[in-house]
Design a protein around this ligand. Structure first.
Ligand SMILES: NC(=O)c1ccc[n+]([C@@H]2O[C@H](COP(=O)([O-])OP(=O)(O)OC[C@H]3O[C@@H](n4cnc5c(N)ncnc54)[C@H](O)[C@@H]3O)[C@@H](O)[C@H]2O)c1
Length: 293
């Protein structure tokens, strides 16, 4: 038997079950319940897209920090197996739901990550992709307003479109095609940022916007069509590695633990409407953080 989670300092009269992960004879993990003192920072956190690549890592990190996690997903690009290790955890709850439909729960924080992220996935049904960004964000911003939760909106480097400036500076607003096959994702994510700042200005919703650049690591979809997974699969199959274009393109890549670390720190930063670009290797830094006034 080995302990998965550490007990945190006590909150008066507050106690939540502690998960002790136990290895059974067949090698699978199960959880035993005992009492854990809740952390003073204990939060109820909703993670939309929580079964996906980034969402599942966020859920794991939040559980390890002692929070209660509600993972909302419709398994569009993910499967149960991606979060199988979390099922049965006493502070983890899975909710099968589509963010394009209204949703209500009591929560303190929302990570709005739900959206197909790779071109093969978001181009499969581009109208639905736009709905996920527009309707999904309206529903989650509305929920944050109603229950006074802090909300982190996942955006992307794709909001710069086909940029004329590389690396992009804080005052660069992008160069985006409104009618191309990538527009459903690029323009959808631009609207998520617009919605976030309009909910801040109109309703004083406590927002964070994270412009996420290419992230890689355990749990990423092997057939997402992106360069890191392509390279790894070709190497594993002992095939030649495909170099796109003339090979001179540059990208910012980040390991998933670092990206999740940045997202959680952005969420926990008090009192700033801010945009975080992560990872972004420019100006000798792995992220750029700017406060929007
Ligand atoms: N991974 C990256 O490099 C990267 C880069 C830029 C931005 N992002 C953003 O981060 C977020 C997560 O990306 P990811 O790489 O984990 O993608 P992913 O495809 O692995 O995860 C997205 C999750 O959202 C769920 N989802 C999709 N549509 C939904 C809907 N209508 N209702 C409920 N759930 C839905 C999917 O089933 C999946 O579990 C996305 O918003 C994406 O745009 C990711």
């Amino acid at each position: 038997m080995w302990r998965l989670l550490r007990c945190k300092p006590a909150l008066p009269l507050a106690a939540v079950p502690l998960a002790l992960a136990v290895r059974k004879k067949d090698g699978q993990r199960s959880y035993q319940r005992c009492q854990e003192q809740a952390s003073p920072q204990f939060k109820r956190v909703l993670v939309t897209g929580g079964a996906g690549f980034l969402g599942s890592h966020i859920c794991r990190r939040l559980l390890a920090e002692g929070h209660e996690v509600m993972c909302l997903d419709n398994y569009f690009t993910s499967t149960r197996s991606g979060i199988a290790d979390l099922m049965g955890h006493p502070r983890f709850e899975f909710i099968r739901h589509d963010v394009t439909e209204p949703f209500f729960c009591e929560c303190d924080m929302i990570y709005n990550m739900a959206c197909p992220a790779s071109p093969v996935h978001y181009q499969w049904n581009p109208i639905k992709t736009t709905k996920v960004s527009v309707l999904g964000t309206i529903h989650m911003m509305g929920l944050a307003k109603r229950v006074k939760a802090r909300i982190l909106q996942a955006s992307t480097s794709e909001i710069y479109g086909d940029p004329e400036v590389t690396p992009q500076s804080e005052d660069y607003w992008g160069h985006v095609n409104t009618i191309g096959v990538r527009s459903c994702y690029d323009e959808g994510k631009r609207v998520t940022e617009t919605l976030a700042f309009d909910y801040l200005r109109m309703n004083n919703v406590d927002i964070r916007v994270a412009r996420i650049f290419n992230t890689y690591g355990p749990g990423m979809h092997p057939y997402d069509g992106r360069v890191v997974s392509n390279f790894i699969l070709q190497a594993l199959h002992d095939e030649d590695i495909t170099i796109y274009g003339d090979g001179s393109q540059t990208r910012s890549f980040g390991y998933v633990d670092d990206t999740v670390d940045g997202l959680i720190r952005l969420m926990n930063q008090a009192g700033l409407p801010a945009v975080l670009c992560i990872p972004c290797f420019c100006q000798n830094s792995w992220w750029r953080f700017f406060v929007v006034t």
